[in-house]
Design a binder for this molecule. Structure first.
Ligand code: GLU
Length: 441
């Protein structure tokens, strides 16, 4: 059965880049009728924070990306220790004692000599006595996985055929000197034991994948299908990594971005299919195919989320936004006509408040000198209340007959006088909602 996972480290809020990974894994699982696991990669006790675990769950729920299972790596440390023992027994695991400075020096030397900066495996030559002495002097060493020096190959769901020479990769450190298990092995153990069949993640993980394939094979597991999506850049192609902090999902939510707008963009951005606003999750699932994504960096412009949000809101019935309409201060009996008037004229729900204030308090009229007399005449012709959607038509017809004005010369001064603006909602829909006028009428 298809099983995927989204595996964030709870060391910060999740952002649009993480969302891409989460969504792709979610859609693959749902499309196949499989299982979607939320896995919290919290083996780093210093950087992992409970508040971020909660925030990740909230953000996922806000988006409607419901998980079937939640797992935490911190609950599974004994499983990782077992796997480490197995690798040790097989002779695929060795202790190394170089300090970061020593490693840095080695790398610089290699680069100076035009060689790739790959760990030279000096630790493999240490005798037991030498290791004992180093341990006494420096404490426990790190544990590295001994790669088989052959080509590591896989067919990537996005990148196509990949072939990496294991000799060009350093033997990965899987356990730190202080005993902390690192993601590279924890993830392999989890993916194998949880039956993960498909792993989609960012292309920054390609080298990890190569080493993880060998670790999975060493432990006797089955490799999942891998797909590595490109990384997001800013609208000009600039690296986004530094700005991702400002593109946290909760910030977008604060700015009024609607989940469906965000999901619709992310399910298509960087693929050969056009971005289309989808109305619900079922449509997103239906229209998704991970193989249609390209390897090139994907440009992301946060501004694209706002027209999609506006379009999504326009499609919603009052029932879906009733809370927001009430929060804007609109009395329940006016909610339906208010929403019908306002929904075409908002970008986010936050804009409702402004339209309601206009209805409730009126606007500072905008009247050009040459229109003063005309407006006075028009006001005198305002029909008796109560107003409805016909009133505007009846009134402007009467004003037209009395003044001889028509078209823009007729409508624009009235709009400006009533709303203080040159543009805005349909006047026929707005007029019955203008409370000042209602009171008069
Ligand atoms: N915790 C890892 C990360 O956030 C997970 C990578 C993976 O999907 O394997 O980068």
């Amino acid at each position: 059965m298809t099983t995927t996972r989204f595996a964030p480290s709870p060391t910060g809020y999740i952002h649009v880049g993480n969302l891409r990974t989460a969504l792709m894994n979610y859609l693959i699982a749902r499309k196949a009728g499989g299982t979607f696991i939320l896995r919290i990669d919290d083996t780093d006790p210093e950087r992992s924070k409970e508040e971020y675990v909660d925030a990740i769950k909230q953000d996922m729920e806000w988006l409607g990306l419901h998980w079937d299972r939640i797992e935490r790596q911190s609950d599974r440390l004994d499983r990782y220790a077992e796997a480490a023992d197995k690798l040790r027994e097989m002779g695929r695991f060795y202790e190394a004692f170089e300090t970061p400075t020593e490693l840095d020096l080695k790398r610089k030397k290699q680069l100076n000599m035009g060689k790739p900066p790959v760990y030279d495996r000096a630790a493999l030559n240490l005798s037991d006595a030498e290791k004992e002495a180093l341990r006494a002097e420096r404490g426990n060493g790190v544990w590295r996985f001994k790669l088989d020096h052959e080509r590591i190959e896989w067919n990537d769901g996005i990148l196509g055929d990949i072939s990496i020479d294991a000799a060009s990769v350093s033997d990965p450190v899987l356990i730190r000197g202080d005993g902390q298990v690192l993601y590279t092995i924890a993830s392999v153990v989890d993916d194998t034991e949880m039956g993960v069949t498909d792993v989609v993640r960012g292309s920054d993980h390609v080298t990890n994948t190569a080493t993880q394939i060998q670790i999975i094979e060493a432990l006797g597991g089955t490799c999942p299908r891998f797909a590595h999506h490109s990384l997001l850049t800013g609208p000009q192609g600039e690296a986004l990594s530094k700005r991702l902090g400002t593109l946290a999902l909760r910030d977008l939510r604060e700015q009024g971005v609607q989940p469906m707008a965000l999901l619709s963009l992310m399910a298509r951005l960087g693929s050969s299919d056009p971005v289309e606003l989808r109305s619900d999750m079922a449509e997103l699932i239906d229209g998704f195919d991970v193989n249609r994504f390209g390897a090139a960096p994907t440009k992301f412009d946060v501004q694209d989320l706002f027209p999609l949000t506006a379009k999504h809101l326009q499609s919603l019935p009052l029932a879906d936004v009733a809370d927001a309409v009430a929060e804007a201060g609109v009395p329940a009996e006016l909610a339906a006509p208010f929403w019908a008037m306002a929904r075409e004229n908002i970008t986010t729900l936050a804009d409702l408040k402004g339209w309601w204030e206009l209805c409730r308090d009126g606007a500072e009229p905008l009247i050009d000198d040459e229109d003063r007399e005309f407006i006075a005449e028009a006001v005198a012709l305002l029909p008796e209340g109560p107003f409805d959607s016909e009133t505007w038509g009846i009134w402007t017809k009467a004003v037209k007959e009395a003044t001889g004005r028509k078209g823009k010369g007729l409508f624009m001064p009235l709009r400006k006088a009533l709303t203080g603006m040159e543009r805005g909602p349909e006047m026929a829909a707005l007029l019955p909602l203008l409370q000042v006028i209602r009171a008069r009428g």
